[in-house]
Design a protein around this ligand. Structure first.
Ligand SMILES: [Zn+2]
Length: 132
């Protein structure tokens, strides 16, 4: 089987390419579908027209298998990014709150260190709470 990352001939088994550490699940899917369709095509072709039928059938099967394998692996690959987008969007909403909380904590710290007076602390704290 050929690695679609580095182009080297690699063993079918295993999770990643031993040369470039690329995830080879896509390549495995293409390879499996290709082999299955080549065998089906060859078998059907042989039943129809012996040896020439076998060659033509295997060739047609390999082409169909290759197209389906690439389609299957690309659709499998296109799914993970969609899943990753959702947490990013919900995470973007959080900072507004946590930033306010961080500022309140910062304010308490300033007062604890005596850098701002009780009145300043109270005033600033009220302003921050209004923004929430
Ligand atoms: Zn590779």
């Amino acid at each position: 089987m050929r690695c679609s990352g580095c182009g080297k001939d690699i063993p079918f088994n295993g999770q990643v390419c031993p040369y470039c550490q690329r995830d080879k699940s896509g390549d495995q899917m293409i390879h499996s579908v290709l082999v299955v369709f080549t065998l089906i095509g060859g078998g059907v072709g042989y039943l129809l027209n012996d040896f020439i039928g076998f060659l033509v059938g295997a060739f047609a099967g390999a082409i169909i298998g290759g197209i389906l394998g690439v389609a299957a692996s690309s659709s499998a690959k296109s799914k993970p990014p969609e899943v990753r987008v959702a947490p990013d969007n919900s995470a973007a909403a959080v900072p507004t709150q946590s930033r306010s909380a961080a500022r309140l904590l910062e304010l308490d710290e300033l007062k604890a260190k005596g850098l701002i007076s009780e009145a300043e602390w109270s005033e600033k704290r009220n302003a921050l709470l209004r923004d929430l």
